[in-house]
Design a protein around this ligand. Structure first.
Ligand code: TMO
Length: 321
């Protein structure tokens, strides 16, 4: 009797060990088909998408990267042409994101801890030349100090690349501001304009966002525009300072940052899907990713490796370890 019990216990223990090692070893990769991770044209996204790609490769998955436009990407993800996006920003992507979830079956893969803001921004010294900042009406009164030949006598707002989804000409019109929005072609041009202005302590107002490396490099402030309440500013003309126009508001001041996924991931790569759902960035982790490239001068690859080396416990948590 005693021996039988021993045997049974040992057999159960043995079976459990086999089952356990089987589940660990056979889990990933469930498929060698490539997981296609989306890449956009700003630094933290490029570094952190590479970080997630490397983590999945480390688990045995095949990973590919596909560049995409920050608005059109969501339909492509919904359709399974691309599979995972690590950084979707409320201020610039909310409508395209929510439409893809509601109408096209894209999956909301979770919200990061980081709060985000994408908005007009000035270096601190500009406040000395323009009293009343960061209020947008105060900025508008000083518009002339931001004039360049192309915009004079109106001020120039150095706007983001067009694919970041914000039409600032529309906001300028809705708020009847004395500004002209001039979009740059790429993020590097924003920082070149900022560096040049700071070097000469000249007035400049440009598109910026947080978390970003800029806050570690220059002191400055976002301009406070009328704060949106849900979708009202965009759908109800009577809302906001201009009773006849939509778009008379700023971006959310504490916006969300989400992940987006193709609905087929859960079935095709279930262990990878668990990790993707667990990926969760803090503001500090995102700012650090952009700093490694935009200040320290590392390549995207090098920055991803450094970020991984610096965040071992974070990554272990994503993997449920
Ligand atoms: C989408 N972005 C973070 C650059 O504003």
């Amino acid at each position: 009797m005693f021996i039988r019990t021993m045997k049974t216990t040992a057999a159960v223990a043995f079976a459990a060990t086999v089952a356990w090692s089987f589940s660990v070893q056979a889990a990933a990769p469930e498929s060698d088909d490539p997981i296609i991770i989306v890449q956009n044209n700003w630094t933290s996204q490029l570094v952190l998408s590479t970080v997630v790609g490397k983590v999945l490769e480390g688990m045995g998955y095949t990973v590919e990267y596909a560049p995409s436009d920050s608005q059109l990407q969501f339909k492509a993800i919904a359709d399974g042409d691309m599979h995972f996006q690590v950084e979707a920003w409320e201020g610039s992507m909310k409508s395209a994101y929510e439409k893809a979830v509601a109408e096209d079956g894209m999956v909301d893969a979770g919200t990061h801890e980081a709060k985000t803001r994408e908005e007009w921004w000035v270096p601190s010294y500009v406040a000395d030349k323009c009293p009343g900042l960061p209020d947008w009406k105060a900025l508008d009164k000083c518009a002339a100090i931001f004039a360049v030949a192309e915009t004079a006598p109106k001020g120039r707002f150095v706007g983001p690349p067009a694919d970041w989804g914000k039409n600032y000409a529309e906001r300028v019109g809705a708020l009847k501001m004395d500004f002209v929005a001039i979009n740059v072609g790429q993020a590097a041009t924003l920082w070149a304009e900022l560096d040049a202005a700071v070097a000469k302590k000249e007035p400049v107002v440009l598109f910026n966002w947080t978390p970003n490396y800029i806050e570690a490099k220059y002191e400055g402030m976002f301009i406070d525009f009328p704060e949106p309440e849900g979708d009202k500013c965009m759908t109800d003309a009577s809302w906001g300072p201009n009773p006849d126009a939509t778009g008379d508001c700023g971006a959310p001041r504490a916006g969300w940052l989400k992940k987006a996924a193709w609905s087929g991931i859960a079935d095709e790569w279930p262990e990878a899907w668990k990790v993707m759902q667990s990926v969760n960035f803090s503001s500090q982790q995102i700012a650090a990713a952009s700093l490694l490239v935009d200040v320290d001068g590392l390549s995207t690859e090098e920055a991803a490796d450094k970020w991984i080396a610096d965040n071992g416990s974070v990554i272990a948590k994503w993997k449920g370890m």
